[in-house]
Design a protein. Structure first.
Length: 146
């Protein structure tokens, strides 16, 4: 089980790689302005585990995880309707755009042109796996342009 902390852009990119292709529902997003905290609970694809062959078919793992973003001063969402809590989001990447150092914007990029932009005082985030993995036969497939 992973427990990672990001305090700079390089750390953030490591966590981004671990949560690439995570899936979550809109209802799994939680902004707590009084605490300056944004959380997302997700089912992350375990890229750190090697696939296992079962009956001639590769098997992969997913884990329930939570990502905490601290010192968040504002949140803006694009193309995400909070009233549709059961809508599924596929997380593609987490990026950082520096502003007046050390502050900036953390951008959560989802499939289907959906984004969340977190204005932060500094990069301070954590990824924590919450429990055991479960098996999945589905591996995310990214089409590449030729």
């Amino acid at each position: 089980m992973l427990k990672l902390v990001a305090m700079d852009e390089e750390d953030l990119q490591i966590i981004s790689a671990h949560v690439q292709d995570a899936v979550l529902k809109v209802s799994d997003l939680d902004y707590r302005p009084a605490e300056q905290r944004f959380l997302l609970a997700c089912n992350r694809f375990s890229r750190d585990q090697k696939p296992v062959a079962t009956r001639g078919k590769e098997s992969f793992e997913r884990r329930r995880s939570v990502v905490h973003f601290e010192r968040v001063t504002s949140v803006r969402a694009q193309n995400i309707d909070r009233t549709h809590g059961d809508d599924v989001l596929a997380l593609l990447a987490i990026n950082f755009e520096p502003a007046d150092a050390p502050s900036g914007v953390i951008e959560l990029v989802f499939a289907a042109d959906k984004t969340i932009r977190l204005t932060v005082e500094v990069i301070e985030m954590r990824l924590t796996d919450l429990g055991p993995a479960w098996e999945t036969g589905n591996k995310p497939d990214h089409m590449t342009a030729e």
